[in-house]
Design a protein around this ligand. Structure first.
Ligand code: C2E
Ligand code: CA
Ligand code: CA
Length: 807
């Protein structure tokens, strides 16, 4: 979902619109602003329009009202004029003599003349009792009615009024004729002419129509003035609507005001005043148009402005996101452009700082990834690439390539005794020596880590490689002096060649390594790869598969060899030793698969299995009331396995086991392979309360002084010394001093390889703590251990019972 500005949240239509428009920020900003502006403009436009309309209506109303006044004034003025004319006539001597003559014809003649003179269409004379005397019309009755009504209502009848005669409007004036007494009245009717309408229209600016209707009938226009057609429409509209309001004539809106002018018994006459709405609004329309143009231009300018602003905002953001994408794709070299001078630019600057940091780190990582930090030589990765290149070249040119693998002898020892800093400097010196002189031009030297070096020799077969290897060894043999220490360094070298031993870089390196280990094992100095000794060959691959099968198909067996207290003869526990119940080969000794399992890393799984088995056996024995210590052998790989302590911890908790009932046997060499990590693991195991034992003591290089630094509880003297101590005084001495020194360090001592009663007795005398050996028991299937321990009779008691039977 695209987030919307909160203001839009309640406006689903607007939200949908903006959502529809785009998910792009700039488009959304522009759209939103424009929409809002259009809304505001439309609102003000509508308000103004409504205002104008209302205003126009008011104005039209006012104009029409004024128009009515004007019309009434005009009619009054007209009547006044007529009245004056009628009075003149009444005072005329000739006219009065015509009355006096009592000759009707003369009187009609005089009336006719006078009427024609002042433009009246009707003239009549009535006596003082308003009885008709003479007139210019055939039927004087309607006029007489009017004359009488005027006289009755006003008392005087000299006022001029609008009257309807034959459905036509007339202004009828009646004036008295006196001689000098009242002798009658003269009434004159003037038809309302088009002139009145013209005058009215000119004075008021309104349009005017006259309409008439009988009391029962419909309005009809009077054909005075303008053409009849539009007024017919008007009359029609007057039937329906109110007297005042809007009418529509010929497609034009007009404000109308109906002014009642006259009413007779039969007729009603009205003037309709009209004002064109369109005309009234016309000046505003122009204003509105101008406003619209301004709004549109404003909208355009605003759109342009918001597009530019949106671009200004989104442009740098886009540039930034492009930079971020580049950084994500690993391009750390292109600088992050800072284009603006606002918050985005601060962000861009932070990005740039980040990029520089990344670039530096990348360079460093690259350095670390391809170069050995200590010696400055290529590292394993780079060396592999270089060998690959050389192999490609050799393939093209049909030449050979040799790889030498060189491992320093006893270097770990140097490291441990003289310290890592010393070891590092020594390695640097060794690298310098190896690089100077012994190699041929073009040969590549690299350090693979630890005390392993390697060289790639171009155009070299096994013989040349042998020569170079010997030269390298000779270079190293000259003692090295550092900080007053003189160190003898020697190295074991393995050689493998292309195309004789391998066709690709990895195999070639692997085979040189195999050769190097073979050299070490045989202490041969230098040797060339021999497929016969290669444990990493296909044969060993199948062995690994077989071992896996052994583990998963329950072919491994836990054997236990008792550990006995020398003073009391009590069974303290047992060492856990593995056997392989092979389906065809029978019971396989650990010596034939443990070293392999160690090399391949399979030993971890095996150790895991042993730990589980021991825990299970311990549970069973505990349930039967037997509390025994179990000693489990750990190898190098186990010591660097970070998950091992966790595994053990879980097990202790799960089985609620006393940690002191588990002892870990570790050989010196296992510790020396990676002393630092081994020490870490040992400290963790120690912290958990497990017992730790140093196995096969005496076969390695470690001094007791070094062992002192390890968190140990127990020391196991190697069986080679124990088995020979009876006959070899030197070995006896070693055993004795080891026991004493170990005791001084607070360690308990176990002698393994006790094969005879004499050895047992000797060890007892030497104050050794525990013994383990064939004399007491060979390793036995775990199931037999409980019975064996029950039946066990210590040698001392055995002697006593022998004595007892003798006497
Ligand atoms: P080790 O840890 O030194 O185990 C003692 C070896 O000495 C055992 O050989 C045992 O049978 C043998 N031994 C005990 N008493 C005598 C004696 O009086 N005379 C003689 N000649 N030998 C005696 P085993 O069981 O063949 O084990 C050989 C080695 O295999 C062990 O040496 C140990 O290093 C390794 N190993 C055995 N099981 C395991 C295991 O579960 N894990 C690991 N990592 N290594 C194991
Ligand atoms: Ca052992
Ligand atoms: Ca041992």
């Amino acid at each position: 979902m695209t987030p919307h500005p909160p203001a839009l949240a309640r406006w689903p239509l607007l939200r949908r619109l903006t959502g529809l428009v785009s998910r792009r920020l700039d488009v959304r900003i522009v759209t939103l602003f424009l929409l809002l502006l259009v809304l505001v403009q439309a609102a003000s436009f509508i308000t103004i329009r409504l205002g104008i309309d209302a205003n126009a209506r008011d104005q039209i109303g006012a104009e029409l009202r004024t128009g009515e006044n004007v019309l009434r004034r005009l009619l009054q003025q007209n009547a006044q004029n007529l009245n004056d004319a009628a009075r003149l006539l009444a005072a005329d001597y000739g006219f009065r003599s015509a009355i006096a003559s009592s000759d009707k014809l003369t009187l009609v003649d005089a009336l006719d003349n006078q009427a024609a003179r002042i433009g009246a269409s009707v003239a009549l004379f009535t006596d003082a009792q308003t009885q008709f005397v003479a007139g210019t019309i055939a039927d004087p009755q309607p006029v007489l009615q009017l004359v009488r009504r005027a006289k009755e209502s006003a008392g005087t009848i000299d006022a001029a009024a609008l009257q309807v005669l034959d459905g036509r409007p007339f202004q009828l004036v009646t004036v008295p004729v006196k001689a000098p007494q009242l002798i009658g009245h003269v009434s004159m009717g003037f038809p309302l002419t088009a002139q009145v309408i013209t005058d009215m229209e000119q004075i008021s600016g309104l349009r005017m129509a006259l309409v008439v209707r009988t009391h029962a009938g419909a309005w009809q226009s009077l054909p005075i003035g303008a053409a009849a057609a539009p007024w017919r429409q008007l009359a029609e509209q007057l039937q329906a609507g109110p007297a005042d309001g809007m009418v529509m004539i010929g497609g034009e809106h007009l404000g109308a005001r109906v002014v009642a002018l006259a009413r007779s018994d039969n007729h009603e006459v009205a003037a309709v005043l009209l004002r064109s709405v369109d005309e009234a609004i016309a000046p505003y329309r122009q204003l509105q148009l101008t406003l619209l143009v301004i709004s549109l231009v404003g909208l355009g300018v605003f759109a342009l402005g918001s597009v530019i602003t949106a671009r200004r905002i989104t442009g740098p953001i886009k540039a930034l996101s492009a930079s971020a994408r580049r950084l994500g794709e690993g391009d750390h070299t292109t600088p992050v452009e800072v284009t603006s001078r606002d918050e985005v630019s601060e962000l861009a600057q932070s990005f740039e700082v980040m990029r520089q940091g990344m670039q530096q780190r990348e360079a460093q990582i690259r350095r670390l990834a391809y170069w050995d930090a200590l010696t400055g030589l290529p590292n394993r990765e780079q060396f592999r690439d270089l060998v690959r290149d050389q192999l490609d070249r050799a393939r093209r040119e049909g030449t050979c390539v040799a790889v030498l693998m060189l491992d320093l002898d006893r270097f770990k020892h140097v490291n441990d005794v003289l310290g890592h800093a010393f070891g590092d400097r020594l390695l640097r010196q060794i690298a310098e020596r190896l690089g100077s002189g012994a190699l041929r031009p073009g040969d590549i030297l690299a350090r693979l880590g630890g005390d392993k070096f390697t060289a790639c020799l171009l155009n070299a077969d096994a013989d040349i490689a042998n020569e170079v290897a010997s030269r390298l060894r000779r270079v190293l043999e000259q003692p090295l002096t550092l900080d007053d220490h003189t160190v003898d360094v020697s190295a074991s070298v393995g050689i493998a060649t292309f195309p004789a031993h391998a066709c690709d870089a990895d195999t070639l390196l692997g085979r040189a390594e195999v050769a190097m280990y073979a050299t070490k094992a045989r202490q041969a100095g230098v040797s060339v790869y021999d497929p016969g000794v290669d444990t990493s060959s296909e044969q060993s691959l199948s062995l690994l598969t077989e071992l896996r099968t052994a583990l998963h198909h329950d072919q491994l067996r836990l054997f236990l060899q008792p550990k006995i207290a020398l003073d009391s003869g009590a069974v303290l526990g047992a060492e856990a030793l593995v056997r392989w119940q092979h389906p065809t080969r029978g019971m396989v000794s650990p010596m034939s698969f443990i070293p392999f399992a160690e090399r391949t890393g399979f030993i971890r799984e095996l150790t895991g299995w042993m730990i589980e088995r021991c825990a299970a056996r311990s549970r069973e024995l505990r349930a039967a009331g037997g509390h025994f210590k179990f000693a489990i052998n750990l190898s190098t790989r186990d010591l660097v396995d970070q998950s091992l302590p966790d595994k053990l911890e879980r097990l202790l908790v799960r089985d609620r086991m006393d940690p002191r009932s588990l002892c870990m046997e570790i050989t010196e060499s296992a510790i020396m392979d990676d002393p630092q990590r081994a020490l870490q693991t040992l400290q963790r195991l120690h912290g958990m309360g497990l017992r730790l034992s140093i196995d096969d003591f005496g076969t390695g290089y470690s001094s007791l002084a070094y062992l002192k630094r390890l968190p140990l509880h127990e020391l196991k003297i190697d069986k080679s010394f124990v088995m020979a101590m009876e006959s070899d005084r030197a070995d006896l001495k070693i055993v004795r001093s080891t026991i004493d020194l170990a005791h001084n360090l607070g360690l308990s001592v176990v002698a393994e390889g006790v094969e005879t009663a004499q050895t047992w007795a000797l060890l007892q005398k030497l104050n050794c703590d525990e013994a383990q050996g064939y004399y007491m028991a060979r390793p036995m299937p775990e199931t037999e251990f409980a019975a064996w321990a029950r039946d066990w009779v210590p040698p001392c008691e055995r002697l006593e019972s022998q004595f007892a039977t003798m006497f």
